[in-house]
Design a binder for this molecule. Structure first.
Ligand SMILES: C[S@@+](CC[C@H](N)C(=O)[O-])C[C@H]1O[C@@H](n2cnc3c(N)ncnc32)[C@H](O)[C@@H]1O
Length: 108
């Protein structure tokens, strides 16, 4: 009794990265809807920012662009974006969001 190998091994913790951080199996994102975005299913900007940060490339492609949240996140993080969207109204919506962002960036 009390010696030998345990019957049930505990799961080993996830490996730490070079900086010592252990990856979480989930992320917490504010999912509140952005004011004035008429798209029926916009992505939360915080999620887009998170995903763009994870990507190593300088150009992000979003083949289902909708209102362009991915491009907004890319622009905010100094990346380029290529958007594909089949609905012309959403293309215009994305273009409007990006031009508003440019105006805000120029003004500040
Ligand atoms: C869930 S929405 C994307 C929302 C976007 N992430 C945003 O934040 O606004 C998916 C979009 O994909 C577009 N879509 C669906 N099928 C497509 C296709 N075959 N080619 C291009 N766009 C498509 C839809 O019109 C829709 O706007």
């Amino acid at each position: 009794m009390g010696h030998g190998r345990p019957l049930h091994r505990r799961h080993r913790p996830l490996e730490a990265d070079e900086a010592g951080a252990r990856p979480k199996s989930y992320i917490e994102i504010h999912t509140g809807r952005e004011k004035g975005n008429p798209h029926p299913a916009p992505m939360a900007l915080d999620l887009a920012l998170h995903l763009v940060k994870l990507s190593g490339g300088s150009t992000i492609i979003d083949p289902f662009a909708g209102s362009g949240t991915t491009a907004v996140a890319a622009r905010k993080l100094g990346r380029s974006a290529v958007l594909i969207e089949r609905d012309e109204a959403y293309c215009e919506l994305a273009a409007d969001r990006l031009s508003q962002l440019s105006l805000l960036t120029e003004a500040s």
